[in-house]
Design a protein around this ligand. Structure first.
Ligand code: C2E
Ligand code: MG
Ligand code: MG
Length: 747
């Protein structure tokens, strides 16, 4: 996983966590708010309940007075207080559930329904009644058990004759309070804190016996007058919660009984009941929150799994080559660096590829190429020992980190064995002609701990060098190679200025007619007269310029020089001949190539058929529609075309049929055998066959690199048209060539 994507993942994960916390935080705050609302709702319900009860109690009291009023009528109409009146009172007392009923005359003599009469002590309630006012009060004066006394005046002949008194037992005016959701216990007290009634379920709901302590508030008796006064003086009701002295959390609401200010109704519920109600309501909310948290967790879990999976995939993609299934370059570099850093043993870094793999691909197909690579990977797997590494770097390039504790020869033998093992394989499907495989292998024997990139660069340099060698299959990196590389870099650097300074010289090598042995043309060949290194052959710099593109400028430069020469000859009346110019493969795909070529010859006023462009055989390996089009365009301009170095590579005779070339230049390798003892006839046969076939295709044939008379004689016999080689002349400077040519023309 790259640093970037790891960073991105961490950031997303962080954002996810923050979001999760934020959502949970908001949900928590929301639930807290909701809980508060619910508490308020419950408190309100408690308050509403107590206010309703207070109104009901007020109604009850009024009803008692109404009852007393009826009894008063009874007393005032038929009354002469005696046994009869006492009986009536007694039956009324029983009917209305009073604990006492009686009348008091102005002299404070109290006539009880039981028929007894006592002289009562002056009393505030009786005084009020005698002055015409009804009242209700809690009494506990020892005459009867504690209770609530209702006193009102009774009238006779329009005058107050006394007071009628009824006493109800405690609890009598209590209503069982109704609440939709809460279980509520009720008590009624007066302002002195005296208890008038308490509901049966007090203990059940409040959680303790009915005692003043049970309903005290933070240790103080809540029924105390001052508390009642301060708490409800303004609102006539209040709701609160507190712990009582037994540690029980109690919620309670108080309301003053309307019209009877001395009485208060108090409703209680314990916190458990209240909490249960709240929790019941909140349970869904909690469930929802839990569900959300679970979902979030699942998402996070899913994300982690997806991340792991992705990481695995990325690991596989980065560390395993998809085709050969052996370690990739990335993995190899990491592992190799670890082993190198350890320095517990010596290693050699080996990198190799197949020569002309590209052409193998093109000739046998990519499927086949892939099978070949897989086959090599399998052989390598078998070949490496414990503690060694291998990888498929790219294309046809493989790398190995081998133990190197013996001599260079031993190492070379081991590597050669690997190549033999690759080749020795029985072809999987008969098409793989492994015996023809050639490898380019570069080896760097590592000294001490080094950066893997440096190690690879050295081994690759040796491999590149190996490609240039004809016979070596393994090249070791050494200081000479390194120096050469540096020199090459310098050459690339110097090229531009060298061209401006005229350091590049065009040499000419004459081409001879096989029969007349007269010069009939020439090939322009470049040389570099380097300011410090002296004369450099094309092989020393052309591959470099082909790689960096400078060859395009160089080829155009040669063409200009050639045109210049022909133009001079034309001016001087010297018979013109066709001169060939080498066109690099790189150049072929340059933009506007054909136009540029045409422009140059036009500039010098030269008929294009005096210019022949040599395309090296290897250019045709990649033969595709584009190359053919370019060639045809060149031909259309009137230029001549030749195929250079024919026979040096893989070109097939069949290919020739399709290409519009005028001249076939046979590579010197092609007919080398013609000069030797071995296979002389076979070699000759091939050359003769090629020549005759070229003729059938109406091509001229030129033999390059002819050095001996024997070769020349054979070529003449084989009806080869032209000869170019040291036998006649080496490439020479323009003045020499002119001299040679003039001499021929004048003789
Ligand atoms: P090439 O085009 O096949 O040129 C023929 C090469 O064979 C020349 O090498 C020439 O000197 C050499 N040669 C000629 N006769 C004999 C002989 O009898 N025996 C031997 N052993 N060699 C002989 P040179 O000049 O070193 O050029 C090498 C290659 O460099 C050329 O091969 C051509 O591919 C390339 N080259 C040269 N000049 C240019 C240029 O201006 N542009 C491009 N693109 N390539 C060039
Ligand atoms: Mg050539
Ligand atoms: Mg050639």
């Amino acid at each position: 996983m790259t640093k970037e994507s790891k960073k991105r993942w961490m950031r997303n994960f962080g954002i996810g966590c923050v979001l999760l916390f934020a959502v949970c935080g908001i949900a928590f705050l929301y639930l807290r708010e909701m809980r508060r609302d619910l508490i308020e709702e419950c408190e309100q319900e408690l308050l509403n309940g107590v206010q309703q009860s207070a109104r009901d109690v007020s109604g009850e009291i009024k009803e008692r007075f109404a009852t007393l009023d009826t009894i008063q009528d009874l007393v005032s109409q038929s009354y002469e207080i005696g046994q009869e009146a006492a009986d009536s009172l007694e039956s009324a007392r029983e009917r209305y559930g009073m604990s006492c009923l009686g009348v008091v005359d102005k002299n404070y003599i109290y006539y009880d329904s039981s028929g007894e009469s006592v002289t009562d002590t002056p009393h505030r309630q009786i005084d009020l009644a005698l002055s015409g006012e009804s009242s209700v009060a809690y009494v506990n004066d020892g005459y009867a058990s504690a209770g609530v006394v209702f006193v009102m005046p009774y009238w006779r002949n329009g005058e107050i004759a006394g007071a009628i008194c009824s006493q109800y037992p405690l609890n009598d005016i209590s209503m069982e309070p109704e609440s939709k959701r809460l279980e509520v216990a009720e008590m009624i007290v007066n302002s002195a804190g005296e208890l008038l009634s308490a509901s049966d379920k007090f203990e059940e709901y409040v959680g303790s016996e009915l005692t003043w302590e049970a309903v005290s508030r933070d240790g103080e008796e809540l029924a105390q007058k001052d508390w009642l006064e301060t708490e409800i003086s303004e609102r006539q009701s209040a709701v609160t919660s507190a712990k009582n002295r037994f540690g029980k959390q109690i919620w309670f609401a108080v309301a003053q009984v309307p019209d009877y200010e001395d009485f208060y109704v108090i409703h209680f519920t314990n916190s458990k009941i209240m909490e249960t109600k709240i929790e019941n309501a909140m349970v869904w909310a909690y469930l929802l929150l839990a569900l959300m948290a679970v979902c979030m967790l699942c998402l996070a879990f899913g994300a982690v799994i997806a991340y792991r999976k992705k990481q695995k995939e990325i690991y596989k993609a980065a560390y395993e080559d998809p085709l050969t299934k052996i370690p990739s370059k990335t993995k190899h570099k990491l592992d190799a660096q670890v082993l190198i850093n350890r320095q517990d043993r010596k290693y050699a870094y080996v990198t190799f590829d197949i020569n002309n793999f590209k052409y193998i691909n093109e000739m046998f197909g990519y499927e086949y190429g892939n099978r070949l690579l897989i086959h090599i990977a399998e052989v390598i797997k078998e070949f490496v020992e414990e503690g060694e590494l291998y990888a498929h770097i790219s294309g046809d390039n493989f790398a190995l980190l081998l133990k190197d504790e013996g001599s260079q020869e031993e190492l070379s033998r081991r590597i050669s064995k690997l190549f033999e093992a690759i080749i020795a394989c029985k072809e999987p499907d008969g098409t793989l002609r492994l015996c023809t495989l050639k490898f380019s292998c570069g080896v760097y024997r590592i000294e001490g701990a080094m950066d893997i990139n440096h190690v690879r660069a050295n081994a690759n340099m040796a491999r590149t060098e190996c490609k240039k060698q004809v016979f070596d299959e393994i090249v070791y990196y050494d200081e000479v190679l390194k120096t050469r590389r540096v020199e090459e870099r310098e050459l690339e650097y110097d090229a531009e200025n060298a061209l401006k300074n005229g350091e590049f010289l065009v040499y000419f090598q004459p081409k001879y007619d096989t029969v007349t042995e007269q010069i009939i043309g020439a090939e322009a060949l470049i040389r570099w007269k380097h300011s410090s290194r002296g004369m450099l052959p094309p092989d020393a710099f052309i591959p470099l310029f082909e790689a960096n593109g400078f060859i395009i400028e160089l080829d155009m430069y040669v063409l200009e020089k050639v045109c210049e020469l022909i133009a001079t000859w034309a001016k001087e009346g010297i018979p013109l001949m066709c001169i060939s110019v080498n066109l690099s493969r790189t150049h072929l795909y340059a933009k506007n190539l054909v136009e540029q070529l045409a422009d140059v010859v036009k500039k010098y006023g030269i008929p294009p058929h005096y210019i022949e462009f040599e395309l090296t055989e290897s250019a045709f390996y990649e033969e595709n529609g584009t190359l053919l089009q370019i060639m045809e365009a060149i031909k259309e301009q009137g230029f001549r075309l030749s195929m250079d170095d024919f026979g040096s590579g893989y070109s097939s005779l069949n290919l020739l049929r399709r290409l519009p070339v005028d001249v076939l230049k046979l590579d010197k390798e092609f007919f080398n055998d013609c000069d030797g003892e071995k296979d002389i006839d076979r070699g000759k046969q091939i050359v003769m066959h090629v020549i005759s076939m070229a003729k059938d295709l109406e091509m001229s044939v030129l033999a390059e690199g002819v050095e001996t008379k024997v070769q020349k004689e054979f070529l003449k016999e084989a009806e080869c048209d032209m000869i170019q080689g040291y036998y006649y002349a080496k490439p020479m400077i323009v003045s020499e060539f002119e001299q040679l040519y003039r001499k021929q023309e004048t003789s």
